[in-house]
Ligand binder design. Structure first.
Ligand SMILES: [Zn+2]
Length: 92
């Protein structure tokens, strides 16, 4: 793959449509907030490329009221995408 300095290869950006598709996958996987159990999770604007799990995404919980201090949950572990899903969504 040619080196393209304007692209950050380690953290592929996700557009709104890609984030929606990732959030559908997360819901289908039955993933819920690790703090409050809410299924209302949003995907971050950048994916994370990890050596062990390939493409992963950071998730944020939208249920502020059940979080101490009202901070949107950043406590989620990375959600690893199947390589086929990451391809279909166009992340890789
Ligand atoms: Zn939560």
């Amino acid at each position: 793959m040619p080196f393209t300095p304007e692209l950050d290869a380690s953290q592929p950006a996700l557009d709104a449509s890609q984030r929606r598709q990732v959030e559908q996958l997360v819901r289908r996987a039955g993933k819920t907030c690790e703090v409050c159990g809410s299924g209302d999770l949003s995907c971050d604007e950048r994916a994370v490329r990890t050596i062990s799990d390939g493409i992963s995404v950071r998730l944020f919980c939208n249920n502020r009221k059940d979080h101490a201090d009202g901070v949107v949950g950043t406590e989620q572990t990375l959600f690893a995408l199947e390589e086929s899903d990451a391809h279909r969504i166009g992340i890789i």
